[in-house]
Design a protein around this ligand. Sequence first.
Ligand SMILES: [Zn+2]
Length: 139
Amino acid sequence: MNWKELLATKYPWLFNSPPWRLKEGEDENKRYPVCIDVDDGWKSLIEDLARGLDDLSLKVSPEDLNMMYVVQIKEKFGGLRFYMSSCTEEMYDLIAQAENDSYSICEKCGKSGKNRTGGWYKTLCDEHARELGYEYDED
Ligand SMILES: [Zn+2]
């Protein structure tokens, strides 16, 4: 199981769409793990965010929590985008912080990185910027 599947297993309320989104006739126990479409360098960032959201979920009623789940996780312009169906203000702040932090973490390896352009925007460390043909600082 990779880290993305592991997250979906650890926090099913967050990473699986709820049963009412199933098509008619489908098993109610069947759930759909959300696609986490980012590279492995952001593993810790997303794991920490998920843990934080899970802590905050304890303050939410089961009815409300049923309406809260991840819709999509992806990279855009070199930054993390973490979309939820709905969430509390505290959850929103936590997500905003993680999205902000992503601009200084290499998406490939997790080392300290910078937002760079090389046709596309991407947040990368010097090594990966060089390897992937993005701008980097010449020492
Ligand atoms: Zn890197």
